[in-house]
Design a protein around this ligand. Sequence first.
Ligand code: ADP
Length: 508
Amino acid sequence: MYFPLQLRLTLFYALLLGLALWIFGSTVYSQAEQQVYLNLDNTLSSRAASVRLGKDLLSNQNSTNLPFALPSVDGLGSGGVSIEVLDNQLHLLATTTNTSNEGIQTGVAGLGDSPVPWDKQAAQWILQHPFSNNGNANSLYSTITYHGQRIRVYTLMNNDSGAGHIIQTARSEQNIKQSLSDLSLLLWRGGALLIILALSGGWLISWSVLSRVKHITKTARKISASRDISQRVPEKSRFGRDELTSLASTFNVMLASLDKVYQRQRRFVADASHELRAPITSIRCNLDLLAKAPDLPPEEAQAALIDARAEADRMGRLVNDLLVIARSDEAAQDVKSNGYRKNVNSAPTIDLDSLILDVYRQYKQTTLGDNVEIRQQGPRLMLQDITPAKVYGDADQLKQVLVALIDNALKYTPYEGFVTLSLTTDKRNAVIKVSDTGIGILPDDLPHIFERFYRADRARSRDRGGSGLGLTIVQNIVQEHGGNIEVESTPGRGSTFILNLPRASELN
Ligand code: ADP
């Protein structure tokens, strides 16, 4: 069942608020009710006590002109309290007159004649129980209905003069009922107003939040439909910064990095196709030449074949490099999600010093691929400060790194120059340096040389068999080994590539 979050939040909020208001309102109402009834009872009992102490009652008790209106008592009758004094035969001795309807009998039907309402039952009960448990004059509160009105009556036994008197004070609950119903109306209206305000506030806030969530959802949907990762979700909110702003900006950062990866991937595919196209074209041209000109002089035919072969080799190397990069991309993903150190125990320990010496010897004595001639006549390769150091990792891959760096150094250094290898250690790392006194790298090129297919001097690099993938592979391998590679270079004076690899003891 679809139940929108905004409605759910608002309803829950309203329900909670309603409940809280209801508890608050009913507590206030019952406290107020209790208080006004207590006040009423206090008023009635204090009026009765005043009558009991009144001198007029005692001095006039033998008068034959009954019932008489007690002037002082009459005074007490103001404020809506009516008073009457009865003897022990329930004859009316004194009463307040009904001030608004002077002289008119207002007695309760069946209760006897009196200008004011009185409670005969309560009077009879008090006659039967004149004393309370502790021996004092007994008293009683009761409620009667008179002309549709509820009247509160207080009945008190007065034994002060010897013969028992009953004093009854009464007051209509009409005013109280009115004030209580006013209070309840006020509470209901106030509560309703609060709920409406809270509901509209809650609705507005949840709308402002959810509309942005909807916006983000819409943008995400649009992106997945159009595959256009350049779109961004709005980060700014009318209500300032909040959690959604950071969600939106995180979302945008994610989009930006996806966009970057996507662009990089596209550029990579374009570059790879471009790089492959050149040798294919060259091979095709050479083959066409051989096919179309069968009477080509043998030396030219031979040259065409050698050229085609060289291009095929170049293409082979390129495809090989691409495969290595694809594999190391996968491994880099693994390193990112698991970390190199997790697999460290399974990786063998390598003596870096022996590895460097091995590579050095190979360069010195034997042929290593195509560069043998360059090396025989080319720049001098030297060793410097070889400190013993162990690292965890793959010896073949680390050898590949060294060969790539030395190859580059030899490639970009004039014949009379030097290439130096060194291995030192610091607290954490084994530090390999491959320095040359070659052409150096321009500051503008320096930040890009590890990018795929980047070549500072395209034409020269290609002439020397470079594809622009060598340093990318080097960097990938070094990172897989938990290390990093830096380069320092001065154009015209030479470059130094510095490899930092965590030492075996440091990894544990
Ligand atoms: P390439 O196959 O073209 O050598 P690399 O990835 O190995 O590709 O190197 C990228 C670029 O970095 C090279 O084209 C070159 O311009 C520059 N470079 C690398 N090593 C050196 C070096 N030792 N001296 C000068 N330039 C270098």
